[in-house]
Every structure is written in C-alpha cells, then in structure tokens.
Ligand binder design. Structure first.
Ligand SMILES: NC(=O)c1ccc[n+]([C@@H]2O[C@H](COP(=O)([O-])OP(=O)(O)OC[C@H]3O[C@@H](n4cnc5c(N)ncnc54)[C@H](O)[C@@H]3O)[C@@H](O)[C@H]2O)c1
Ligand SMILES: O=CCC[C@H](NC(=O)CCC(=O)O)C(=O)O
Length: 484
C-alpha cells in the first residue's frame, strides 16, 4: 500500500478513501492507498502555515539555493520520474523523459522570472527613496492534472516556494506516483519540513482542501473543474486564484508550399501525448479545393501509420489514453460528431489490446451542425474546410476557449492578419500548437483560464507587490492651504 499523506516531512497512510491507480497499458496496479481525509487536509494546511513564517522570512538567496539543489536532485531521479509517470498514465517513455527534464529546467526559468517579475527595486527620491518589493501570499493549494502529473504542479510549486509561500499539493488521482519522488528530491535538497505537504485523493480530498484556510489555489485541469472552483471562491478576492484550463484549439493550414510539412505539423499538434495536451489542436481548418484535399490525405496517412503501444515498447509515438473511461469518452464524442453530420476520414477506434488504447482519428465536420464547443482530450482531429482566409479566422475564433492556435502558411501578410485576429494565448506559425516554452507565459483568454498565465508569468501570481515611499526622518508637510 502506498502512503497517501505527507505532512511535516513525514509520510503516513491516510484515513480517507482508498483508491487504486492502474497502468492504462497493462492494467497492473501501480498505486494503491488511502487518501487524506478532511482532518488530515487541515493538518497539512496547518503544517504549511507553521512553516510559512520561517520560510517566507529567509533571504531570497537561501530559498533560491534550496530550489537549485532541488533541480540537481530531480535530475538524479529523472529515470524514476519518467518511468513512474509512464506507468501511471501511459505516455511513451520519451515523452515522460521530456517531462522529467522540464521539471528540472523549471527551476532556472523560475529563478529568472522571480528576479525579473517579482523582485525588488530601489529609486532615490526628493524625500528619500522609493522601494518596490514582493510578498508571498501564504499557503498555496496546488491541484495537478493527470497528463503532466509532475511538470505542471511543479510549475506552480517551484515559483510559489521561491517567492516564500508554502504549499499543499493534491496530485491527480489518475497519476499519483510522481509526487513521492518530487517530495524525496525536495527533502534531499534541504527544503524545511512543512513547506511542501501532499494530500493524495480524489474529489473529497480536493473538496476538503478548497474548504481549508488557504491563501491561494493554483489549479491546472479541465475547464469544468476550474469553473466550479472559480464559483467556490466567488466573493473571496483575498484568495489568489490561478486557473490553467483546457482549449478547443484551432490550427489553420493555408497553402504552404510543403504539403508534407503541413501534415506533420497538424498530426503532431493533434496526436502528441495521445491528444492529451491542453495545447493540442482539436480543429484543423483548411481551404476547400485540391491543396486542402492533399493535406487532409497526408494527415490521414500519418494517423494510420502512427506507432501506438505501451510506454516501454520500442519506437512508439503514442501510448494509450489514461483510462478505459477516457477511451470510451473519445469514441462517444466521435459518435456524437458523426450523428451531427461529421464524416469520419479515419475512425478513432478502441484497439483490441484493451486498456485505454485507441487509434488516432480524423473527422470532417465541415457540414455538421450544433457541434459542441468542447475539448475532447484525446487523439481526434476535427477538419473544417472553408472558402476564404477570413472565414478560416472566424471559424478558428468560434470558441469560448483561447489557449493555443496556429497558422501553417508561408505568406507573411496572412501571418500578420492571423497574429492580429486569432484569439489564443499561444499562437504559433509553422510550428505545432503543443510544445510551449516554459520561458514564456502560458495561458489564454476565455474558458482557458482566469488571466493568470503560468510558466514564466507564474511569478506574478505567487507574490503581491508592496510599494513604499521612505524618508529616514519625519519632516513637516507643506501643501497649499495646509496649516504651517
Ligand atoms: N492550461 C494548462 O496549463 C493545462 C495543462 C494541462 C492540462 N490542462 C487541462 O487539464 C485537463 C486534464 O486534466 P484532468 O482530467 O486531470 O483535469 P481535472 O479537472 O479532472 O482534474 C484536475 C485536478 O482537480 C481535481 N478535481 C477534479 N474535480 C474535482 C472536484 N469536483 N473537487 C475537487 N477536486 C477535483 C482532480 O482530482 C485533479 O487533481 C484537460 O482539460 C486539459 O486541457 C490544462
Ligand atoms: O497539457 C498542457 C501543457 C502542455 C505543454 N505546455 C507547457 O509545458 C507550458 C510551459 C510550462 O508550463 O513550462 C505544451 O504546450 O505542450
């Protein structure tokens, strides 16, 4: 049985609900334990509160040194991190290795961001000086998604700790394993006990954490959950909410010279990590006519040839979806699109090896009606054919989300137009929609978040600014009409 609760630097079995996680490729039980109940969640928050006073008041250099040692410790554990993530949620080992490398790299990026965006400034003034500094919020609850169960919570935890906050982390119940390795790396780096606490569990544990006395909620997950959390904290502006949510991301392909390059970019955008990246392209928009036909054919050819297998199989591009339920949801979504008038060009199918295995699908929804503006978190690309570039942009923007988007096109003028008019926080040209840089902000308008982008801008939501005018002695004030 795995331990479900990490408080004050000590692991214990929780008293909450028991849950099990199975490898979506093999069905093997990879995590089995009891999560945290409400009283354990409260104890975790209290531990973080007690640790806050000391941690927040350390000199910045001391906190940075701990985080830099953490980067080294994470590097030493990269293989274990990658293997654990792949077994937990199924992605290919090369993909999880990339995630492990990103967890380590997050520290240097966050240190730079902290200095640039949340550092201190001093200016002399006639009365003395003006100072700008930043203060941590306090105890931050961190909720992680299953698709990047290490990298994305780490992308909240590292900048939060750097800024002087302490954290209570609730990992995804669909990929819980990596949390213990991160905790071990933090311990080895010398993070004081209580600065990071972990409460495993599902909805009940998460609900208890929302109801605990926290100062901030740093959430990455679906829009459905994020919106519910936003409502939960309505009327409480004193709680920092950073919500990183999903997308219904468009990719426009407009007459580039290289059809194969366009198809590569589209297939990678839609099928990377089995379509389980928030930045994956869900809708690919192309012109009517022979050029568009050629690109669609080339995309379908790639979808047929993608190598799919278990995370440790040689040379695979994608693993299974995270669960059998996710695979069923993907086929249901495809069926709904077909009923609405979509024409499957290559069906997303459950594979006969069971688990979460599905093939990559492509469906033309140009003539379909009432297609919901929803994110299907899986390898299903919707193709939309249009008459003009203006129509392509209109269709691209026909979503309540705004996370990522792209244009594949050699024409500079079209890029200028798309860059001005497409509403997406991550907007690329001739590059996949997924695979964003941590050295840039990550987030977008609409249902994709609450305008608190993460990655390089995470420093902004981890601290509040304090501006001071300072005069060393009290001097008499003068003003017109003011008594002398
Ligand atoms: N914008 C981003 O940076 C980003 C990055 C990765 C994933 N995502 C999005 O995350 C989603 C996939 O992740 P997921 O399926 O794990 O998301 P999810 O919303 O189902 O779960 C996220 C976390 O919230 C918890 N949770 C969910 N419902 C809850 C409830 N009612 N009460 C308390 N806790 C609850 C889960 O246990 C998990 O820890 C996709 O929509 C994807 O687009 C966004
Ligand atoms: O699934 C969603 C995240 C996908 C990933 N984005 C990032 O890693 C953002 C950068 C960061 O947080 O450091 C991607 O775009 O593939």
């Amino acid at each position: 049985m795995a331990d479900g609760v990490y408080i004050d630097g000590k692991w214990s079995s929780g008293n909450g609900e028991r849950f099990t996680n199975r490898c979506p490729a093999t069905g093997e039980v990879v995590w089995d334990g009891q999560g945290a109940d409400a009283s354990e969640v409260d104890a975790a928050v209290k531990s973080a509160r007690d640790a806050f006073g000391h941690w927040a008041h350390l000199p910045q250099g001391d906190r940075t040194a701990v985080l830099e040692r953490y980067a080294d410790e994470v590097g030493k554990r990269a293989d274990a991190i990658a293997t654990t993530i792949s077994r937990d949620m199924g992605k290919a080992l090369w993909d999880s290795r990339g995630e492990a490398a990103t967890i380590k790299a997050k520290v240097a990026v966050s240190v730079a961001a902290q200095v640039e965006r949340a550092g201190s400034k001093y200016q002399s003034a006639a009365f003395g000086s003006a100072h700008l500094t930043h203060r941590p919020h306090g105890v931050m609850a961190v909720f992680g998604p299953f698709n990047f169960p290490g990298h994305l919570p780490n992308g909240h935890i590292v900048p939060a700790l750097l800024a002087g906050n302490t954290c209570v982390f609730k990992p995804s119940e669909q990929a819980p394993g990596v949390a213990a390795i991160l905790a071990d790396a933090f311990e080895a780096a010398g993070l004081p006990p209580g600065c990071l606490n972990i409460v495993h569990g599902g909805r009940e544990t998460g609900g208890a954490l929302l109801n605990a006395p926290i100062n901030g909620l740093l959430f990455t997950g679906s829009a459905k959950t994020g919106v519910a959390f936003h409502k939960h904290f309505a009327g409480r502006p004193e709680v920092m909410l950073a919500l990183e949510m999903g997308g219904n991301n468009p990719l426009i392909i407009w007459d580039p010279a290289d059809v194969d390059a366009a198809a590569d970019i589209a297939a990678q955008s839609a099928f990377l990590t089995t379509g389980q990246r928030c930045s994956c392209a869900r809708r690919v928009i192309l012109p009517e006519g022979a050029f568009g036909d050629a690109v669609v054919d080339a995309i379908v050819a790639r979808a047929k040839k993608l190598k799919i297998g278990a995370w440790d199989e040689e040379d695979i591009f994608m693993g299974p979806l995270v669960s059998e339920d996710a695979a069923a949801a993907a086929t249901d979504f495809q069926m709904m699109l077909s009923k609405a008038g979509g024409k499957p060009l290559r069906r997303l199918k459950r594979m006969d090896r069971g688990g979460g295995f599905v093939t990559a699908g492509v469906i033309d929804v140009t003539d379909a009606h009432h297609i919901p503006d929803e994110e299907l978190f899986g390898p299903l690309m919707q193709v939309i054919r249009v008459k003009s570039f203006d129509e392509a942009i209109t269709r691209a923007n026909a979503t309540r989300y705004g996370l990522s988007g792209g244009l594949v096109c050699d024409d500079d003028a079209r890029w200028v137009q798309a860059h001005q008019q497409m509403r997406a926080g991550i907007l690329n040209r001739n590059r996949p929609t997924a695979g964003a840089s941590g050295a840039m902000p990550f987030g977008g308008p609409g249902l994709s978040g609450n305008f608190r982008p993460g990655a390089y801008y995470a420093a902004d939501y981890c601290a509040w600014p304090q501006a001071s005018q300072v005069s060393d002695t009290a001097v008499r004030m003068t003003a017109q009409g003011f008594p002398k």
